[in-house]
Structure formats: structure tokens, C-alpha cells
Design a protein around this ligand. Structure first.
Ligand SMILES: Cc1ncc(COP(=O)(O)O)c(C=O)c1O
Length: 505
């Protein structure tokens, strides 16, 4: 049974926030990106530093991924500029001076090895050429929460929730559902445990199940496909438009069959799909439209909010434009009957108590997450406006840079800029050089879904039939786009990109 599968399926392991925050999601450990850990700078400024050996060992453990690892979301915040000046004097200064003397006696080399610092010291500029390395992190939730002391508001809300005695299906969830439905200019919102589950439940509420086909974009995060598979239906990929990222509505017609039951437009990176075209197609073929808005909180489509449709699934993973303090999701709908089915489904098939009317699952947005989301929802429009300014600055600065394709925005769309994604032919080399220059980037996503081991055996694109998804997997690069990024930080990114892509470099 799908329900059984949902309960016993192993949890996805994620990279830490922003990923995987996310993440994507799927974030390499940051240690190799930075010459020195932030923890060092932090400690170095404390009036009473811990014993040097202890601190150094702890630091090197962090760098080598042992012991208590701090996810990127917990990094020590940098100044408002978004830069992280990292110097040879940061924490590793003593060892660096030893190295600087070159003729290191054996015991000193051994000390460096013991502390695990040698590999790091190679990344620290020598004293003569020592210069600050500007680092722009990809995304950090803590820096987002630091804006306008949102963290203080979250703390108060979380305290209220934890002391209320209600932990699931309580007043915070009721309030958040009402507020988020209103934000989406829609009637109902049903909170779920995560975005994948929101998609699955929305498909099930529309009766999608074994024997059905569901049209999905070939270029998306794997969760879109997994939601379809979890219902027992089959995802059928549709390619993006030439030079675009989103499902090509022109190609939907050639993918539809008698088995097709639904279509999932994914508002990838925060840009809405042309819902008018999808709606016309779906009406013609009698299909349900379940929108994947996991990356598009606050986006608008011809003036209407993404979320104002019939079944719109959101994720509140911490790295999203509206992110919880852990997992969370929701389905927003204009259909009261659909909302009722979703509420039953997320709670073991019961409205309340032991009145189980269907074989449901357990997928609820808990009270603590709902309380935090209520706070963050109040800031969402401001944060999206800041993202928009960052994106405009990128687009203006990168316009003349050869070898890079910047993202387009349809004239009828308001982009939520969950990601600012460019295309570069030699992506991996460029990403490595940006990383060396202290600019963190991500790839969303490096392997086309049909090429992942999870779906490779289904045979999609075996004959080279999904070339656009494969090309995007090879070319896309996401630049930092956090709402807290200063102009200076954005310029650091564009200047680094310009230098890397300059014809002579
Ligand atoms: C496009 C898309 N769909 C679905 C999901 C699934 O959401 P969640 O991670 O909350 O399960 C995500 C999350 O990363 C996503 O980016």
C-alpha cells in the first residue's frame, strides 16, 4: 500500500541547510571552500580563548568533517556586507608563521600534522602576498533571520508554541493555514509534513494512482517525480522550452495518452509556468493540474499569486523563500472538498480521534513550524523584493560577460528568485574557480532525474530523448541570492565571474 510505503520508506538524507539548504539543496561541505573556518575568527576575538590546542583540534575536526559538524546555516554571521574576509592570521596564524619560516624542524611539522592543519595552511596566502579573500556564502538561514531581528520574533513564537501544550493540529497551524491561504489569495491551506508529501497528497486527493500517467518536467528536483511514483502512478517527462528552464507547454500535447491523469507544472527557481496555457491544455484533456510551487512562494502569474490555483503544493524546507525551522509543506486550494480530503489524508484518514474514513498517512505541519512560519510569512514580500534587487543587479552586471546566459523573466511574471540560475558551457570549471575565489555556488541539479539511479531503469531518455534536461544538468549554475546580500557582495560575485570568464583567463 502506498501508505505503508510512505511510512517505511527511508528518509532522504540531506545535506545541511541551504542544503541542502537544502538545499539544495545538495550542498558540498563548506570546509573546502574556505581557507579558514569561521569558528576560528569567532574564537580569536573572544576575551578568553580556549586552550590553543583544544581549539585548533576542534577546528581541524570541523574542517575534516569529524565530530560535531556545523551546517552552513549555523555559521557565524559575517558583517552586513556579506563578505567574509579570511586572513592567514585567523586562528591559523601561529602555524602559518611556522610554515613561513620554511625550514620547519620535524617536531613542528608533526604538530601541524597532528592538528590536521597542513592541508588548510596550503590555502592560506603567504605573509608577503597575504590579502583578504572575499567570500560570499551561497545561503545562510541565520543571516536571513538576522535581518530586522526576525530571529527574536521567531524565538518568541517558538516559545509560545512549545509552552502552549498543543504540538500538532493546534491553534498555530489553524492560524498559519488561514494566513497562508489569504497570502496566496485562495480559500484553503492544508499544512503537511513536507513538500514532497504535499505533492503526493494533492495527487491522491485528485484520485491519481496505479495505472495513471502524470506529466512532469524533465528538468526539476527529483521530488516532483517521487511524488507521482509514491501514488503508484508513472511520471512522464516533458522537456523544457529551448533556452528555458520550465516545462514547455507546447510539448504537452505530444506526451498525453489515454492513461494521462494529471500534469505538474513546476515553478522552478521561482519563475511561474504559463498557467493559462497549462490550464487550457488540462481542460482539453480532462486532466488535474497539481502545481509544484516548492520554489515559488510569493511569485505572481499575470497579477495572480502562485498559490491561487486548484491544487498548489509548497515546501517550507528551511532554505526556501518561506522556510520553517525544519521540514514542512502545504497544499493550497480553492476547492473545499479537496481540502477536506487532504485533511483526512494527512491525519491517518481521520478528521479526529479514531474515526478512520480512508487509508491515510501521517503528514502534518507541526505547531512549532507553523508558529515560526507565521513570523516569516510577514517578512516574505520584503525578502522577495530584496531578492529581486539582487537579481536585477546580477542581470545588469552580467549582460556583457561572454559565455554566460542570464535568466529571462516573462513579461507577465513576477519572479520569486528562489534561485538565480545562469547557464555556462564549462560550468564545472567555472564553479571550481569561483569557489577558489571565495564565491559559493550550487548546481540545481547536477543529474537529470531520468539519469539518476532512482529512475535510470525506467528507460526515459534512453535513446537520447531528453537532451534539454541533460544539457541543463551540465550547464546550470546558481549564484548566491539571499535577501541579505549587499550590493558589494553581488559585485564580488559578478566581478569574480567576469574574471573567470574573461577571454584571456
Ligand atoms: C521543485 C521541488 N519540488 C518538491 C520539493 C520537495 O519539498 P520538500 O523538500 O519539502 O519535501 C522541493 C524541495 O526541495 C522542490 O525544490
Amino acid at each position: 500500500m502506498p501508505t505503508h510505503r510512505a511510512r517505511t520508506a527511508p528518509r532522504r538524507t540531506r545535506q545541511p541547510v541551504d542544503r541542502r539548504i537544502g538545499v539544495d539543496h545538495r550542498v558540498p561541505h563548506p570546509a573546502h571552500l574556505l581557507p579558514a573556518p569561521h569558528a576560528y575568527r569567532h574564537r580569536a576575538r573572544r576575551p578568553r580563548a580556549p586552550r590553543a590546542g583544544t581549539a585548533l583540534r576542534r577546528g581541524s575536526r570541523q574542517l575534516h568533517g569529524q565530530g560535531r559538524r556545523r551546517p552552513p546555516a549555523e555559521r557565524v554571521p559575517a558583517g552586513r556586507s556579506g563578505h567574509r574576509p579570511v586572513r592567514g592570521s585567523d586562528g591559523v596564524a601561529r602555524h602559518h608563521r611556522l610554515l613561513g619560516r620554511q625550514r620547519l624542524p620535524g617536531p613542528r611539522i608533526r604538530a601541524l600534522r597532528r592538528d590536521g592543519l597542513l592541508p588548510r595552511l596550503r590555502g592560506v596566502p603567504g605573509r608577503r602576498q597575504e590579502a583578504a579573500v572575499s567570500c560570499v556564502p551561497f545561503f545562510e538561514v541565520r543571516r536571513l533571520h538576522a535581518l530586522d531581528d526576525v530571529q527574536g520574533e521567531i524565538d518568541a513564537a517558538v516559545l509560545r508554541a512549545t509552552r502552549s501544550g498543543w504540538y500538532t493540529l493546534g491553534p498555530e497551524l489553524d492560524a498559519f493555514e488561514a494566513e497562508f491561504a489569504a497570502y496566496c489569495e485562495n480559500a484553503h491551506c492544508v499544512g503537511t509534513g513536507n513538500g514532497l508529501s504535499a505533492l503526493e497528497l494533492a495527487l491522491r486527493a485528485h484520485g491519481v494512482g496505479p495505472g495513471d500517467d502524470v506529466l512532469v518536467p524533465s528538468h526539476t528536483f527529483i521530488a516532483t517525480w517521487l511524488a507521482v511514483s509514491a501514488t503508484g502512478a508513472r511520471p512522464v517527462p516533458v522537456e523544457p522550452a529551448e533556452d528555458g528552464f520550465l516545462l514547455d507547454t507546447e510539448q504537452l500535447g505530444s506526451a498525453v495518452t489515454a492513461r494521462t491523469r494529471a500534469v505538474i507544472p513546476v515553478h522552478l527557481y521561482g519563475h511561474p509556468v504559463d498557467l493559462d496555457a497549462v490550464g487550457r491544455f488540462a481542460a482539453r484533456h480532462g486532466l488535474a493540474v497539481v502545481e509544484d510551487a516548492a520554489q515559488a512562494h510569493g511569485a505572481r502569474h499575470r497579477g495572480r499569486r502562485v498559490g491561487s490555483g486548484n491544487a498548489v503544493a509548497f515546501s517550507f524546507y528551511p532554505g526556501k523563500n518561506l522556510g520553517a525551522l525544519g521540514d514542512g509543506g502545504a497544499v493550497v486550494t480553492d476547492d473545499p472538498a479537496l481540502a477536506d480530503r487532504l485533511r483526512l489524508h494527512r491525519n491517518y484518514g481521520a478528521q479526529q480521534g479514531y474515526d478512520h474514513r480512508m487509508q491515510g498517512t501521517n503528514s502534518r505541519l507541526d505547531e512549532v513550524q507553523a508558529a515560526a512560519l507565521r513570523v516569516k510569512l510577514r517578512h516574505l514580500d520584503d525578502w522577495n523584493a530584496r531578492r529581486d534587487r539582487v537579481a536585477s543587479r546580477y542581470t545588469a552586471a552580467l549582460a556583457g560577460v561572454p559565455g554566460i546566459v542570464t535568466p529571462d523573466v516573462a513579461p507577465w511574471a513576477e519572479h520569486a528568485w528562489h534561485q538565480y540560475v545562469v547557464r555556462i558551457t564549462d560550468r564545472d570549471a567555472v564553479q571550481a574557480r569561483l569557489s577558489a575565489a571565495g564565491v559559493e555556488t550550487r548546481v540545481h541539479y547536477p543529474v537529470a532525474v531520468h539519469r539518476t539511479p532512482a529512475y535510470a531503469e525506467e528507460g526515459f531518455g534512453a535513446d537520447g530523448g531528453l537532451p534539454r534536461a541533460e544539457r541543463l544538468a551540465a550547464e546550470v549554475l546558481s549564484l548566491p541570492v539571499g535577501p541579505y546580500l549587499s550590493d558589494e557582495a553581488v559585485d564580488t560575485v559578478t566581478e569574480a565571474l567576469g574574471a573567470v570568464l574573461a577571454p584571456s583567463s
